[in-house]
Write a protein that binds this ligand. Structure first.
Ligand code: AP5
Length: 222
């Protein structure tokens, strides 16, 4: 079983790396951002509550997110492990996760932080395009589709995410600094934190990430 957490500022490439890591480690990606966006698209009560909060760039309340994760971690595919992407994002979320995992007798293997200078974030987010149908993520410079604005995988049109506006990006960066960055010290004290630079190509970041994660997983199973 491998239980991993991926944290990092908005646009650091968490989703991009998660897609590659889940293939390597054979575990499901659990992205609270993706779960919330699916609820918004489906027009559920949760989606209606979350939509204006997400559009503003603020964080959705902890109790909602913790309820979502509690349910998701009980699904059968999590028996072989999981990769949490974008959760936890606050200290109360991390504390709640600890309780949930203790109940299931699961221990975390590592918390991988993707570190990126704040100046680079806007360029990453401003260039992001997402397939409106299969949700594959592209970047207008770094990860271009074969045909402009058309998804390579399913042929649908590409869209700009609703919270990739300059104002929402500013709020998201602030939320990261104020509420998520304290998790680096939290997991550092628990000796679970490993950090890699999110600069360079996606392949370079992946090489760095898997080198530290493989070392960490080997040392924990030794
Ligand atoms: P969420 O979806 O988690 O957004 P985020 O953390 O802001 O992260 P992003 O998805 O924007 O970026 P990413 O790091 O995944 O980067 P990506 O791989 O796409 O959350 C959205 C909202 O939901 C929150 O604001 C909040 O409201 C709510 N929410 C979610 N979880 C919550 C929680 N736990 N608590 C409370 N509220 C919560 O890459 C970005 C772009 O860069 C792409 O175009 C990509 O192609 C490109 N790229 C990636 N890597 C590279 C690279 N190495 N070089 C060049 N380009 C790259």
């Amino acid at each position: 079983m491998k239980s991993l957490i991926l944290i990092g500022p908005p646009g650091a490439g968490k989703g991009t790396q998660a897609k590659k890591l889940l293939e390597k480690y054979g575990i499901p990606q659990i992205s609270t951002g993706d779960m919330l966006r699916a609820a918004v698209s489906a027009g559920t009560a949760l989606g209606k509550q979350a939509q204006p909060i997400m559009a503003s760039g603020a964080l959705v309340p902890d109790d909602i997110i913790i309820g979502l994760i509690d349910e998701r971690l009980r699904e059968p595919d999590c028996a072989k492990g999981f990769l949490l992407d974008g959760f936890p994002r606050t200290v109360p979320q991390a504390e709640a996760l600890e309780t949930l995992l203790a109940e299931q007798q699961v221990t975390l293997d590592a918390v991988l932080s993707l570190d990126m200078h704040i100046d680079r974030i806007v360029a990453r987010l401003a260039g992001r395009r997402t397939c409106g149908d299969c949700k594959t993520v592209y970047h207008v410079e770094a990860m271009r589709p074969r045909v402009d604005d058309v998804c390579d995988r399913c042929g649908s049109g590409l869209e700009t995410r609703g919270d990739d506006t300059p104002e929402a990006i500013r709020v998201r960066m602030q939320a990261y600094q104020d509420r998520t960055a304290p998790l680096l010290a939290y997991y550092g004290q628990k000796r679970l934190l490993v950090r890699v630079s999110a600069e360079g190509t996606p392949a370079e970041v992946y090489e760095r990430a898997t080198a530290v994660l493989d070392r960490r997983i080997r040392s924990r199973s030794a």
